[in-house]
Design a protein around this ligand. Structure first.
Ligand code: 0RA
Length: 659
């Protein structure tokens, strides 16, 4: 039944709407994934974004400047803003307070304010009532009209009506909630870095709003180890918005222009764009609709690309800069080394695509393309030196693309002839069903040999990689496709690259393995190699990661032994516990072997600890926040000595995929 259906009597209306309310939130608890995506770590964090989005809307409406997110000791969350406060008066239609309507009716978030449409919004835009339904405790505290109002809930049901509990000299909304462990069965523990990445992104996307994150689980101590009464905390605030965002994304990359090219329009469709060329070779364009990262792009991205290509081409033609070019320019030549962020606000966004992150509204194409063209045109006219540098970069890209085509076609030809064309080093598995098959990418021939001995030949294939594969972050594309190790990965996986209009597009339809497992030594070198492989996947096979096909193996660090008893350990605390257990108080006769590399293990040991699906622990590689991952890869693979180990720890999630 739709919410807007007209009823005859007030009584009928009341009963009908209250039934609907109950059904609504019950439905959320029955099928939470339909509303928040999943009930894993992602969904858990999504609850916070959902609440924060309401405060962002209040800020975008011009009534709120500060939003504070606190992770409390018990992993509950408090979101506080200094907006007008959610109205607490009686809602005529629903016969309950407006606050209760917001907290119990699906999609009720912005329905009081007709003139300011809800622009922000979580991926699913379901509102705070979903958060309420999925929390075993939720408290709303409203400061408004000089009073403090409070209402508490459990699993979406109020304990009582809204009560006045005191006086207030300020205004604002404070929502605290604890995720229901009956729903979030995987984890109810919040990750500071995950929330920080999203709040940082929101600060860049909404300049002028101050977002503060505090972790009350982490007390700060002074140099003597004494508590300071302070907690781990960060403030995210951006004065210049997207201009600062592109600089952040580009990390230490060398810029081609001094300042990002920037535009902001305040027409029917508000558009904000910042772009900057660097001397690198990757295209990094991030697009957002109503603060949602549109991973699959859509009409706003299409409009941007059109405006960019048209304007640069016109400029180059007009100034006769293409004279030395012997072949045609392709659209993506204009985007090599480009970092850009496009943010649009659309009143009624149509989201399409596999993950519903592709904007479909056709009117957005021309709006963005025109805005891009006129801002870029003006910039090129005013900055002829920059304009020349950009055009030269485009010409270089076109030249390199010609060189790359041959190399890429080599990959293609080999891949198409599956079977016969497989790399000589690949020890393939005998089964052919991709769902059941795994490919281990193993560091070095010697470990590769052990893995070949230890594996399950039916389902596990081994591809040894020689030493350090190419750092694709710093290499031009044709060098990537010329690299033998990388060609072997393409061929073994059975994926192809390139279509008519997107020469980097990846075709996964012939993917031969649904688990691609990176298996390297548990040391600094091993982490480096894993990062190089991940960088390649991130830049050239991002869909492989997004589809959840990429994993990291976790070989043990220690073997603790006494007589015939052996315990493998992955952490120092496990090692201590094992030593105590086997030694029964003394460490006599207990030996601890530290594995420095995979090669130190026998084939049986490698199987038992790292490869056997029933005993191993795989970490699935995911991309929670594309912009943050982007920046991390640029930084890691740039010139600074990188904290790679930490990076991998933070970006790979333990996934009990085999259990
Ligand atoms: C509708 C109307 C008004 C405020 C809000 C919504 C509001 C919602 C949230 C959610 C989190 N923080 C919020 N702050 C405000 C106010 C209408 C008025 O005062 O006239």
């Amino acid at each position: 039944m739709s919410e807007n259906e007209v009823k005859n009597s007030a009584e009928e209306q009341y009963s009908a709407s209250s039934i609907q309310v109950l059904e609504g939130l019950e439905a959320v608890r029955k099928r939470p994934s339909m509303y928040i995506g999943d009930i894993g770590e992602r969904g858990l964090h999504h609850l916070v974004y959902e609440v924060v989005d309401n405060s962002i809307d209040e800020a975008l409406a011009g009534f709120c400047t500060d939003i504070e997110v606190t992770i409390n000791e018990d992993n509950s969350i408090t979101v506080r803003d200094n907006g007008r406060g959610i109205p607490t008066g009686m809602h005529e239609k629903e016969h309950k307070s407006a606050l209760e309507v917001v907290l119990t009716v699906l999609h009720a978030g912005g329905k009081f304010s007709k003139d300011s449409y809800k622009v922000s919004g979580g991926l699913h835009g379901v509102g705070v009532s979903c958060v309420n339904a999925l929390s075993d405790y939720l408290k709303a505290e409203i400061h408004r009209e000089g009073k403090v109002f409070v209402q508490e809930y459990s699993k979406g049901k109020p304990f009582a009506d809204v009560k006045v509990v005191g006086e207030a000299s300020d205004t604002g909304t404070i929502i605290s909630f604890h995720p229901d462990p009956e729903i979030f069965t995987v984890t109810t523990v919040y990750k500071y870095d995950t929330l920080a990445a999203r709040l940082r992104e929101l600060a860049y996307l909404n300049k002028g709003i101050k977002l503060i994150l505090t972790d009350r689980r982490e007390s700060l101590t002074d140099e003597n180890g004494n508590p300071t009464g302070l907690f781990k905390s960060d403030v995210f605030y951006s004065k210049e918005g997207l201009k600062e965002f592109v600089n952040y994304l580009d990390g230490g990359a060398e810029r081609l222009t001094e300042q990002p090219i920037y535009l902001e329009t305040d027409k029917v469709i508000p558009i904000e764009i910042a772009m900057q060329y660097n001397t690198g070779y990757s295209e990094k364009i991030y697009s957002y609709v109503n603060n949602i990262n549109t991973i699959e792009g859509g009409t706003h991205l299409q409009g941007f690309k059109m405006g960019l290509t048209r304007t640069l081409k016109n400029y180059a033609d007009k100034n006769n800069l293409l004279a030395k070019l012997k072949f045609d320019l392709a659209a993506d030549d204009f985007r090599e080394g480009l970092t850009a962020v496009i943010s649009v606000k659309v009143a009624e966004p149509q989201f399409e695509g596999q993950t519903k992150t592709k904007l479909g509204n056709s009117e957005v194409v021309s709006a963005v393309s025109q805005a891009t063209a006129s801002a870029l045109e003006a910039y090129l006219e005013e900055n002829p030196k920059d304009a020349r540098a950009i055009v030269e970069k485009v010409i270089l890209a076109a030249t390199a693309r010609h060189a790359a085509r041959k190399a890429r076609e080599m990959v293609q030809r080999k891949t198409v002839m599956s079977g016969a064309g497989m790399p000589g080093k690949l020890a393939d598995c005998s089964l052919r069903d991709p769902e059941q098959c795994e490919l281990f990418l193993v560091e070095g021939d010697s470990a590769g040999g052990t893995a070949k001995q230890g594996r399950d030949r039916m389902t596990q294939a081994i591809l040894p990689l020689r030493g350090k594969i190419l750092n694709v972050e710093k290499a031009m594309e044709h060098r990537v496709f010329e690299s033998e190790e990388i060609r072997n990965i393409y061929t073994a996986l059975g994926v192809t690259v390139g279509t008519e209009d997107d020469h980097k597009a990846l075709n996964l339809s012939k993917l031969r393995y649904h688990k691609v497992i990176i298996m390297t030594d548990a040391d600094v070198d091993g982490s480096h190699i894993a990062t190089l492989i991940l960088t390649f996947f991130f830049r050239y096979m991002q869909d492989l990661i997004r589809n959840g096909y990429v994993y990291l193996a976790t070989p043990p660090l220690y073997l603790v032994k006494k007589g015939k008893e052996e315990i493998y350990c992955w952490t120092d605390s496990e090692r201590k516990a094992a030593t105590e257990k086997l030694g029964k108080g003394s460490d006599k006769g207990v030996t601890v072997q530290r594995y420095k590399g995979l090669g130190e293990m026998s084939d049986v040991q490698l199987w038992e600890t790292t490869m056997d699906p029933s005993r191993r622990l795989l970490r699935q590689v995911t991309i929670d926040n594309a912009a943050e991952a982007e920046r991390t890869f640029s930084m890691l693979m740039g010139d600074d000595v990188p904290p790679r180990r930490e990076f991998i720890e933070q970006n790979a999630h333990y996934a009990n995929v085999d259990a």
